[in-house]
Write a protein that binds this ligand. Structure first.
Ligand code: ZN
Length: 432
């Protein structure tokens, strides 16, 4: 043990010197010098003392201009990227300046830190980048830090990114909702779905008129007036706000959502009928048929296809609903809005005669939104379900990865962080 300690101490001096060289190489700031490095009292951390370079003036954090010194504050610790399992701290006594521009005594601004953050910018950026690949919890474990620090890091990077991003021009947006908190609450997500740029533009709490209006407040009337396409589902508040704020845009009902609604209806029919057949003592024909009916035919295995063919022989409501759903898929193959419209009308007429209430409900809703559905063809199918569906799947993965505390704020940060394509603060060295 004693020999080990001697060894550690002997190498410590050499190590400290090397560390300063490395720091000067990768994390150097004009106006400041690394004075010395040593192990902390617990031998598990490294402390690097930093001081202002002789004769260099402190910069006011209010106006970012040099200002005459006033006094020093007690020493503060800034956590840097850990090295070989050691926590690294910069120790620095912040100066206060007497700033005429700001009209009083102000704390100086230091290039490695940001405001009251305990972590250095470099470390926050470092953690935030890992938090995009791993879950926040895994990131905290991997770098032996806390979930809260990872949260702070992501919050810093996202806030910086939102302040520095360029919003426009925006050609096309897609709006969608996502459930969280075990399905009891909703987020509204707005994506930019231009051909060149796809990214998350905005996250809002709830899916009300009021919350969605906030997105348009954010981008302002000038950008909103230049949006050419809006893609959404049939949720009334969204339709209303789009009508009000973006009336010049071609509003497209998202294909993915229409198909999803249709599947829900079919599933209701199946569940109801299966229950009734069980009660009345019929053969359980529909048992385990759910996925056979919901999946597209070409996605089924050979065995499943046989099973499906078997079911389709019965004269069941479920079968009729299934055939209607399958027939409806033809709609997407049309190129001309006129012919698509004719097909749609014909399908709705047929469905209204089907005496299958959930399907009739779909037909009524499609009739009501006929124009918006046909806009899909007017936009020459440019904005297919694929884009939004893909983004939404990524959003769901992100939400799972940020687990810990599923508050709105956490989800908002995590979503912007992974889908916002936000700019990041620049460092002079890439620490990865
Ligand atoms: Zn100032």
């Amino acid at each position: 043990m004693a020999r080990f300690i001697v060894g550690v101490l002997a190498s410590a001096a050499f190590f400290a010197m090397e560390l300063l060289t490395i720091l000067n190489r990768c994390h150097h700031f004009r106006g400041f010098v690394y004075q010395h490095a040593r192990f902390g009292p617990d031998s598990r951390s490294i402390e690097v003392a930093v001081r202002p370079r002789q004769g260099s003036a402190a910069v006011c954090s209010g106006c970012h201009q040099p200002a005459p010194g006033y006094d020093h504050l007690p020493e503060r610790r800034f956590e840097f990227i850990p090295l070989w399992g050691f926590v690294v701290f910069f120790l620095y006594r912040m100066r206060r300046v007497h700033c005429r521009t700001c009209g009083g005594v102000m704390v100086e601004e230091v290039p490695w830190g940001d405001g009251k953050h305990q972590l250095t910018k470099a470390y926050m950026l470092f953690l935030a980048r890992w938090a995009r690949r791993l879950s926040w919890k895994e990131t905290a474990e991997a770098f032996r830090t806390s979930w809260d620090k990872v949260y702070n890091a992501v919050e810093y990077v996202v806030t910086w990114g939102l302040e520095h991003r360029i919003l426009g021009p925006i050609q096309a947006i897609g709006v969608d909702e996502i459930q969280y908190a075990k399905g009891h609450k909703y987020l509204t997500l707005v994506y930019q779905i231009d051909q060149q740029v796809t990214r998350l533009l905005w996250v809002g709490q709830e899916r009300t008129i009021k919350s969605f209006q906030r997105f348009f407040t954010l981008i302002g009337t000038e950008l909103a007036a230049k949006i050419e396409f809006v893609c959404s589902d049939m949720w009334q508040p969204y339709l209303k706000v789009i009508q009000e704020k973006c009336s010049q845009a071609l509003h497209i009902l998202d294909r993915f959502h229409i198909v999803a609604k249709m599947n829900e209806a079919l599933d209701d029919v199946r569940a109801e009928e299966a229950r009734r057949m069980r009660q009345e003592g019929y053969q359980p024909v529909l048992k385990k048929s759910r996925w056979l009916l919901l999946k597209r035919k070409h996605n089924l295995t050979g065995k499943q296809r046989l099973r499906l063919r078997d079911i389709l022989r019965y004269n069941l409501k479920t079968v009729r609903a299934y055939l209607l759903k399958e027939e409806f898929q033809q709609l997407w193959e049309y190129d001309s809005p006129t012919w698509a419209g004719k097909f749609l009308d014909q399908w709705c007429r047929q469905t209204m005669r089907s005496r299958i209430e959930p399907m009739k409900k779909i037909a009524r809703s499609l009739r009501q939104h006929r124009t918006l559905i046909l806009n899909y063809f007017k936009a020459q199918k440019h904005f297919s379900s694929g884009i939004i569906e893909g983004l939404n799947n990524k959003a769901k993965v992100t939400m799972r990865k940020s687990y810990g505390f599923r508050t709105f704020r956490v989800l908002e940060l995590a979503l912007y962080h992974s889908l916002g394509k936000l700019p990041e603060p620049q460092l002079t060295h890439d620490f990865f």
